[in-house]
Design a protein around this ligand. Structure first.
Ligand SMILES: Nc1ncnc2c1ncn2[C@@H]1O[C@H](COP(=O)(O)OP(=O)(O)OP(=O)(O)O)[C@@H](O)[C@H]1O
Length: 239
């Protein structure tokens, strides 16, 4: 579903944020991407989502090269940044309809899906209000609904659990599993290692822009916890 090969990104000014990263995410897989602050997670996710160009390597989504077939790749991908930038002057429902129009989601299907996800995330009563008045968590829920309603083949999420209340986090985990059961795939970054350990089929750990470990969660963790494995790789001292 997602194939990243020898991906590198050097920012203008010379910072090499990611160096020679390769990984695959298979259909049906929830893939967690973890690493310290500044490790290169957001840089990678933004390149995969096609919102940032990169220096070297190839990124292929569902058979479409993100550079050469960017529209086809983006048509099957949804990306939720850590701080979604929505249109404050639109109401929630106007925003969802705007996204549904962009991705040509037919009327009946969109209404049914918006109703389903908005009810579940308890946002239905706020859809008539301007997004500018939403709390951070409400904006995040709206952005999530806009991504989920499209039923993307690949869902890319940057720190999706930060700022969500426990009920919304629980719901989201269920929806990620649902998307994968339907043959989609999820690639997400997180600092919440307990969630990653429980939720992810496979995990990659990035350190200073380089992939230092990847594999099936059970194999990667072994008899330890993900936190222990992570801290050991980081060389961090444990109490
Ligand atoms: N626009 C930019 N210009 C220059 N350097 C950048 C830019 N964006 C990120 N970087 C640098 O690239 C490196 C990787 O940043 P990135 O945002 O990908 O890390 P991250 O793993 O997502 O971190 P966090 O967990 O803190 O969100 C960091 O050293 C950061 O300072």
């Amino acid at each position: 579903m997602l194939k990243i090969e020898h991906f590198s990104k050097t920012y203008p000014g010379g910072k090499r944020a990611v160096d020679d990263l390769s990984l695959n995410v298979a259909p049906g897989e929830i893939f967690g991407f973890i690493g310290h602050n500044g490790a290169g997670k957001t840089t990678t996710l933004r390149a995969v989502a096609g919102v940032m160009d990169f220096t070297e390597g190839t990124i292929v989504i569902d058979g479409h090269d993100i550079r050469r077939q960017s529209i086809a790749a983006k048509a099957v991908t949804a990306f939720l940044p850590d701080n979604p930038d929505l249109y404050d002057f639109l109401t929630g429902i106007q925003y969802l309809n705007f996204i549904a129009d962009l991705y040509e989601l037919p009327g009946g299907v969109r209404q049914e899906r918006i109703a389903k996800y908005a009810d579940a995330f308890q946002l239905t009563g706020s859809l008539g209000s301007a997004v500018g008045g939403y709390s951070h968590g409400m904006k995040q829920k709206l952005a999530l609904i806009s991504a989920l309603m499209r039923k993307p083949r690949l869902l890319i999420l940057d720190e999706p659990f930060v700022g969500l209340d426990p009920a919304a986090s629980h719901l989201l985990k269920g929806y990620l599993a649902e998307l994968c059961a339907a043959g989609g795939a999820v690639f997400f970054s997180t600092h919440v290692l307990e969630v990653a350990e429980k939720l992810c089929h496979r995990i990659a750990i990035i350190k200073d822009g380089r992939l230092v470990r990847q594999g099936a969660t059970a194999e990667l963790v072994g008899d330890s916890t993900l936190e222990e494995v992570f801290l050991e790789l980081e060389g961090a001292s444990q109490p």
